[in-house]
Design a protein around this ligand. Structure first.
Ligand code: NAP
Length: 500
């Protein structure tokens, strides 16, 4: 089991205490970042061990390691003195010293105070995880052999580096007391899955509240999110792991949905966001962690399908997979988008059944993975389709596969929409946060349409939906579909029905 450590990041000591109290019920330990306190506040931290009553790490970080010591002209001698004074007064469980500095006096002071020494390697350049795994794990063993706790905090600039970190965790498995973490979005899984990385603890930061709302390092989460959303404290060897990948992925609502359902079902599992720029590396990483199910979103659905050992009919005919299931014999591809989309239509269009769509006409904006799912679903329902896409060739290919009409996503295609359409389905990224002011089809007016459906769910109302509503047209965003397809995924992952 890994512990949850709160980094105290305020510039005023009283604010650091307020941070500690705010999160006390979630945390096991705290790190006092003396370099972040204003110089006149630093000696107040002598009182911290008594106030905190939990294990504490003492850290005075240099700028090259992501710290602020020296910003007010403080010298290295003053840093050594401050360490010494703090350690002499006692109460610190750990002291964090850089691996590349000898610091013999501080080390001696730590040993006589009973504090354990962490020797840390920080990499903010994003190059450390390009080293061979054997070299990184060799460094971990060297530090451990010296009687210290090795800590690696390295920037992850992509999925390959997260894979290196996961492989390092295996190579250095015999070193029991260590901390291994990847910084930034790509490294974030190593913070949530600290237990799987064999880390003694994970670092968290306060968000908002008293003092500056700063994160001590890129990619840190707050203790409440780790506890309530990811159930960090429950993660052990038997925890079932699931995730969602895409690029970017931070905006995804899937962790909220799946983690709520896992909790409500009383299952020992967690569902995490995993940013990826390389699906092959990511799938290998998931294998190392023993991930059971992976939801896939933009732009990886087609690549995900190609990496699977088996694929069902729906993912094959759509040509994309949004759901990967790990079985004993490899990865299986599924696609729940088409079914999820279809499930939301009867209510949105006031239909008694999908049969009522037969013979009606729909406009599909886009020809990517989501469009393919919509085309697949609406063809099954017997609708006639017009597919418009920026890359005309993709529209043509999809239309020819399904024997439908196609055109460019430009006003030249207006003739294809003469006589109106009953349904318009917007499936491009245009209008999605942060591009919220864009309209994928500004030259078309949805007059006479029963429903304009935009698969985007952030923002809740895109420009296209807003102007359709102004015209008195029914509108629907992508949140219903997201939930419907996620419910199907949850059942595939766990064999249980998703709760409320
Ligand atoms: P995708 O396979 O990458 O396809 C992207 C589509 O958007 C393509 O048609 C692409 O046209 C078009 N596009 C991108 N940028 C454009 C631009 N600047 N101008 C015009 N067209 C542009 O992605 P996807 O999987 O289909 O997903 C697309 C959207 O649907 C995303 O916003 C995603 O969040 C949403 N979605 C929602 C749900 C849900 O459950 N609500 C499910 C699936 C997808 P080109 O072919 O010309 O590049």
């Amino acid at each position: 089991m890994s512990s949850l450590c709160l980094c105290l990041t305020s510039s005023r000591f009283e604010d650091a205490i307020a941070q500690l109290e705010r999160y006390r019920r979630y945390i096991d330990m705290a790190e006092m970042r003396l370099d972040l306190l204003n110089p006149e506040e630093r000696y107040k931290a002598l009182k911290l061990p008594q106030i905190a009553g939990i294990p504490l790490i003492l850290t005075i970080r240099l700028p090259q390691d992501g710290g602020k010591w020296g910003e007010f002209g403080e010298s290295e001698e003053e840093r050594v003195l401050l360490y010494k004074r703090m350690l002499e007064s006692g109460g610190w469980t750990f002291v964090d010293l850089e691996d590349n500095r000898l610091m013999a006096d501080t080390q001696a002071a730590a040993l006589s105070s009973g504090a354990r020494i962490i020797r840390s390697i920080h990499d903010f350049q994003g190059t450390f995880l390009n080293l061979p795994v054997a070299e990184i794990s060799g460094q971990i063993r060297r530090i451990a052999d010296g009687g210290f706790i090795p800590k690696i905090a390295a920037r992850c600039t992509g999925s390959r580096q997260l894979l290196t970190l996961a492989r390092t965790a295996i190579a250095a498995e015999s070193v029991k007391d260590k901390v291994l973490l990847g910084m930034d979005d790509y490294g974030m899984p190593s913070r949530i899955l600290a237990q799987r990385f064999g880390s003694l603890w994970t670092y968290t930061s306060a968000v908002g509240g008293p003092g500056e709302p700063v994160s001590a390092a890129p990619g840190q989460l707050d203790p409440e999110t780790l506890t309530n959303l990811y159930r960090f404290q429950n993660i052990d060897d038997s925890t079932a792991l699931y995730g969602v990948t895409g690029n970017p992925i931070a905006h995804s609502l899937s962790p909220e949905l799946h983690n709520r359902w896992l909790k409500d079902s009383g299952l020992n599992g967690t569902y995490i966001p995993i940013r990826s720029d390389d699906m092959a590396a990511l799938v290998e990483t998931c294998d190392i962690w023993g991930l059971k199910g992976l939801s896939v979103t933009v732009p990886h659905k087609e690549k995900a399908l190609s990496l699977c050992d088996y694929a069902d009919i729906s993912s094959r005919s759509i040509g994309a997979a949004n759901t990967l299931l790990r079985g004993g014999d490899g990865w299986r591809a599924r696609n729940t988008d088409a079914e999820g989309f279809l499930k939301t239509l009867p209510t949105a269009m006031n239909l008694r059944s999908i049969e009522e769509l037969k013979g009606k006409k729909a406009l599909i904006i886009g020809a990517g993975g989501a469009a393919r799912a919509a085309v697949h679903a609406l063809r099954k329902a017997g609708m006639k389709l017009v597919i418009l896409n920026r890359t005309v060739e993709k529209a043509r290919r999809l239309a020819e596969e399904t024997k439908q009409q196609w055109g460019a996503l430009s006003s030249e295609s207006l003739y294809l929409l003469e006589g109106g359409v009953d349904l318009a389905v917007q499936t491009t990224n245009v209008g999605m946060y942060p591009d919220s002011s864009s309209d994928p089809i500004p030259w078309w007016t949805p007059r006479g349409c029963s429903l304009v459906y935009d698969m985007i769910y952030e923002p809740e109302e895109t420009v296209l939906l807003a102007r359709s509503r102004t015209e008195g047209i029914n509108t629907m965003n992508g949140s219903g579909m997201l939930e419907a397809q996620a419910r199907i995924q949850f059942e595939l992952y766990t064999g249980r029905k998703a709760g409320a």
